[in-house]
Ligand binder design. Structure first.
Ligand code: CP
Ligand code: NVA
Length: 319
């Protein structure tokens, strides 16, 4: 992305490092704004299209409802129903959709496709999950952690795959000053270039990043334990991948090493009995459904910030 595109599109959560704390604060204020928000329609007259190459429950519903609440028109574009990837290029699709829409969200297999769409679109493009990043999830996750601020110590632990959800959780967590300790099986470590970016941010914020292949080490004393499915969408052909994750299940024995008040977090959908037990995901420590709800509030802040920045600032000043 060039500088102009980096300002108006969101490919990874570190595209908005400088504003992340304010975007989260705005989302929390808006969530609790009640009737005060009824007249706030920053997307009035705007249409936001969402392209999905993979299934979605939370992302799809939270964008559709969030755009409507902000006065805009949401359009869901399932990849089977549109020309993209069949008889039309990403560049031409971006140019055409930019003539109709005021913003595009894109859930895709290859991160490079999201970057290409953003390069050729003249409206903001939001990555709604790629193989490498899931920035909307991270914004909602950090919002959830900040909301539970009183009980969360500054140590976030990740147990599982070094995947898309982890990359943005790491980048967002260290941006806001949380230490991130992660444990992955050998061979499933996070992406090296994302780690390079993360280390640069950590050097500025003073947050610590500690990686190992030992779940107990990662969660010891943690204020947050986060996990995700072992085999992500698009990896279904890697049947044997899950075998590498023995010992990486978040169960009550593992949680016993963390702070007793720790939050259990998961982006969902969860494969209960695989990466997490029912006892943990249904425990009072679990905030997984807060995270799901916060997808909508965090994305409303992001959409307003990206598509109507003046209104975003105006709302902040009203608080
Ligand atoms: N967490 C998340 O992105 O869920 P969906 O796949 O249901 O959108
Ligand atoms: N890592 C998972 C997240 C799903 C929301 C995937 O990419 O399938």
């Amino acid at each position: 992305m060039n500088e102009a595109e980096a300002k108006s599109s969101l490919m990874a959560i570190d595209d908005i490092s400088d504003e992340l704390a304010a975007i989260i604060d705005w989302a929390i204020a808006f969530k609790h704004g009640g009737d005060f928000n009824l007249d706030f329609k920053p997307l009035e007259g705007m249409s936001i299209g969402s392209i999905y190459e993979k299934p979605s429950t939370r992302t799809r519903v939270s964008f559709e409802v969030g755009v409507s609440r902000l006065g805009g028109q949401p359009l869901t574009l399932l990849s089977n129903d549109i020309q993209l990837g069949k008889s039309e290029s990403i560049a031409d699709t971006a140019a055409v959709l930019s003539r109709f829409l005021d913003g595009i969200t894109y859930r895709c297999f290859n991160h490079a496709d999201a970057v290409e769409l953003a390069e050729h679109a003249t409206v903001p493009v939001i990555n709604a999950l790629s193989d490498l990043h899931h920035p909307c999830q991270a914004a909602a996750d950090l919002m959830t952690i900040v909301e539970h601020g009183d009980r969360v110590n500054g140590h976030i632990a990740w147990v599982g795959d070094g995947n898309n959800v982890f990359h943005d959780l790491l980048l967002a967590g260290i941006t806001l000053g949380y230490d991130v300790h992660y444990a992955t099986p050998v061979g499933f470590e996070p992406d090296k270039s994302v780690m390079g970016r993360a280390r640069k941010i950590a050097a500025q914020t003073g947050a610590a990043i500690l990686g190992s292949n030992n779940p107990v080490e990662a969660v010891s004393g943690a204020g947050v334990i986060y996990t995700d499915i072992f085999v992500s969408m698009g990896e279904e052909h890697m049947e044997s991948k899950a075998n590498a994750f023995q010992g990486f299940q978040v169960n009550k024995e593992l949680v016993a090493h963390a702070d007793p008040d720790c939050l259990f977090m998961h982006c969902l959908p969860a494969h209960r009995g695989e990466e997490v037990t029912d006892v943990v995901i249904d425990s009072p420590n679990s905030v997984v459904f807060d995270q799901a709800e916060n997808r909508m509030w965090a994305q409303m802040s992001l959409l307003t910030y990206l598509c109507n920045n003046d209104a975003w600032h105006a709302y902040k000043e009203l608080e």
